[in-house]
Design a protein around this ligand. Structure first.
Ligand SMILES: Cc1cc2nc3c(=O)[nH]c(=O)nc-3n(C[C@H](O)[C@H](O)[C@H](O)COP(=O)(O)OP(=O)(O)OC[C@H]3O[C@@H](n4cnc5c(N)ncnc54)[C@H](O)[C@@H]3O)c2cc1C
Length: 654
């Protein structure tokens, strides 16, 4: 039975790297660990110098790919130093070593050079096979044409306006988000084809598989404006097409449309106070008094923003995010005292928005171009989208700025004492070898929870604070399909799937920039973007993230693939989609350590600023300073840049 269904899904069709990824991860991991017997040569060939080295073009398991995390995990488990042997002392010396080649690390290099001058010697060490951190690029060649998607960071968009520092950096890189949005994003294409948003109700959750097209209003979270031929339904019409019971349908219509003050007699401030202390789930069940059957319809609405469902998100934060039920409650615009970073910001309006075809990977590529010009040819923020990266130029001995991939830092320590430091010593593992080098300073632009293992001599309170934040696990899949005629026949652009494995499926955004052209005809191949935030409803948010991380790390590529094929087949069947025939390529971007954690008013105290774990955790230690979004307890590109700026200035003040 399973075999014939698998055949129908196309699980027997050749997909590059599937079998390799399932079997070889542990072997790769073991081979990465440095051994005491390793030769003393410090000039081992770097994979990034191999001809044809092209991480964005790889399919299969990406994001935290096999080979990138095993060393850090053995450091965490206390087994690393047992077998590490003595390091090769590298003759290289630097003004600055940066740990982490994400936006924060790259921005730190940019700011440091700006202050210290063009001759400053900077080394960036990154454990993955590509730079950018979460801002990673997925590159496909479908039907002979380049097609791009973000493997992680989706777009320039933040709860607060970009600061002068972050906005200034974008400008120096040639990015003008409002202008780019107006010029390069094609908002008309899907509308002109009559495509709308939809909800897929799966039989496991809702008793029968059903696709209901024409989600009213904002749909799930995108605006699909009405056209003459395709007017979205109103909520009563939409609900009548769903497999939900009449009672549940009635209550969803009420939640969406009724203008009821559910907390009469309280001021806006008092209401906000109450709503900040109850989950949105509890708000719906106990304040709105809705039928419990509405919960599966709303449960996952907050996962894309915070990685957990409505059981673990305050009602007030959901109000700020635009979820329904508050329209009659006369809540005054603007944030309240105890809100998450994102909700407080969005209550004030948020920043500008622009999506490059590869997400914010274009920002990372522009930063690398600014730092190491001959590695990324071209001159503009437009031409970077199709520019090829010559990875062999990233780490040249004669260049002032070097970017070394596949290199996991395992120790960073002040050479003398923290109060009287005159340099740092950084050790890293790469290609089965351990190296040690010297620098005048170090910015840790890596994740908070790694830092206590790199700097065990940090004060205990600081290490405890660094461990507090638990990063949010997420997985984004990019799926290349032969054509999108099934989407056209069904009249859909984006499908929310409240009960399914993947919580959303969307056609790639239409953006035309530089020489890059998005597909315009449904007969052409296209990329789909699928998302999932693994979590365990009912537990505190940080516990949910830990369980979700374990789930991500223990899920094989084969399972991800089967879930993709099954869900696409069931969602798109009536449009003629054939999973075995129509799926051409799959990349699963797994982010066990995804978004930086934001304090959640349901579970975290309302600390004063100076007692917040991120503030305690990011204190400079001698000539070591700390960047990355974790150090601001949130997850946005502007924050990564601002924190890099702070960390560089702290270092220059030492
Ligand atoms: C799926 C996803 C979608 C997102 N979407 C958006 C979005 O649309 N807009 C937005 O503004 N933000 C988004 N974000 C948030 C994103 O985290 C930030 O925007 C930003 O890219 C973070 O940059 P960073 O440099 O602080 O961290 P990271 O990107 O995490 O970079 C840190 C790097 O340090 C490396 N590192 C860790 N330990 C070591 C070590 N020991 N040695 C060497 N290297 C190490 C890591 O592997 C990583 O590459 C998203 C995040 C994820 C996961």
């Amino acid at each position: 039975m399973r075999d014939s269904y698998d055949r129908y899904l196309g699980m027997d069709r050749p997909i590059t790297r599937r079998d390799f990824m399932n079997g070889a991860a542990m072997v790769i991991g073991a081979a990465m660990l440095p051994h005491a017997s390793a030769s003393g040569a410090s000039n081992l060939p770097e994979p990034q110098n191999d001809p044809g080295y092209d991480p964005p073009g790889k399919t299969g398991l990406r994001g935290s790919h096999p080979g990138s995390f095993e060393i850090a995990h053995s450091l965490r488990d206390g087994t690393f130093w047992e077998s590490a042997g003595s390091p090769v002392e590298s003759p290289e010396t630097y003004d600055l070593v940066i740990v982490g080649g994400g936006i924060s690390g790259l921005a730190a290099a940019y700011f440091f050079r700006e202050k210290a001058g063009n001759s400053a010697r900077i080394l960036i060490l990154e454990n993955h096979d590509d730079f950018g951190g979460h801002a990673r690029r997925n590159e496909f060649h479908l039907g002979g044409k380049l097609q791009l998607l973000n493997g992680g960071t989706l777009l320039i968009d933040s709860p607060t306006p970009y600061s002068p520092v972050a906005d200034g950096l974008l400008k120096k890189l040639g990015i003008d988000p409002p202008q780019f949005e107006a010029r390069y994003t094609d908002h008309k294409l899907y509308r002109s084809l009559g495509l709308q948003s939809a909800v897929f109700f799966d039989k496991e959750t809702f008793r029968s598989d059903r696709l209901v097209v024409g989600t009213p209003g904002r749909g799930w979270d995108i605006e699909v404006p009405a056209t003459q031929e395709h007017k979205p339904l109103n909520w009563t019409e939409f609900m009548s097409k769903t497999p939900l019971s009449p009672e549940v349908q009635r209550d969803i219509v009420r939640i969406q449309e009724a203008k009821v003050d559910y907390l009469p007699g309280l001021s806006s401030e008092e209401k906000k106070g109450r709503l900040s202390q109850m989950s949105y789930r509890d708000f719906l069940l106990t304040v709105v008094n809705a039928d419990p059957g509405v919960i599966p319809f709303y449960q996952r609405r907050t996962e894309g923003e915070w990685g957990v469902g409505i059981d673990a998100e305050p009602a007030l934060d959901c109000w700020a995010l635009g979820l329904p039920g508050f329209q009659g409650m006369s809540l005054k615009a603007g944030p309240a005292r105890h809100m998450s970073y994102s909700a407080a910001g969005y209550a004030n309006g948020g920043s500008y928005r622009f999506h490059f075809p590869d997400g914010n990977a274009s920002i990372a590529r522009l930063l690398v171009r600014a730092l190491i010009p001959d590695a990324v040819l071209g001159h503009t923020a437009e031409d970077v989208v199709t520019a090829r990266v010559d990875y062999s130029r990233l780490d040249r001995h004669d260049a002032p700025i070097r970017l070394r991939l596949n290199s996991t830092v395992v120790a960073a320590r002040n050479v003398s004492t923290a109060s009287d430091a005159n340099g740092v010593e950084v050790s890293y593992a790469s290609g089965g070898q351990l190296f040690k080098l010297k620098a005048k300073g170090c910015v840790l632009a890596c994740w908070n929870m790694v830092i206590p293992f790199l700097c065990p001599e940090l004060p205990e309170a600081q290490k405890e604070a660094l461990h507090y934040l638990v990063k949010v696990p997420l997985v984004y899949a990019s799926v290349g399909i032969r054509n999108w005629t099934s989407f056209q026949k069904l009249g859909i652009q984006r499908v929310a799937s409240p009960g399914s494995y993947w919580s959303s499926i969307s056609l790639n955004a239409a953006v035309n920039i530089g020489k890059y052209r998005s597909p315009t005809s449904p007969e052409e191949p296209i990329l789909l973007h699928l998302t999932r935030a693994p979590c365990r409803p009912g537990l505190p948010a940080r516990e949910q993230h830990k369980i979700g991380r374990y789930e991500l790390l223990s899920t094989t590529f084969e399972t991800f693939e089967r879930k993709i094929r099954d869900q696409l087949a069931r969602t798109l069947a009536a449009g003629g989609f054939d999973p075995a025939r129509d799926i051409e390529a799959i990349t699963v971007n797994r982010w066990p350590h995804g978004y930086g954690y934001e304090y959640n008013p349901l579970f975290d105290p309302d600390w004063p600023e100076d007692r917040r774990p991120n503030v305690i955790g990011r204190k400079p230690y001698g000539r070591i300073t700390i960047a990355n979004t974790d150090s601001a307890a949130t997850a946005y590109t502007d924050v990564a840049i601002d924190q890099a700026y702070r960390a560089v200035n702290e270092l220059l003040c030492v």
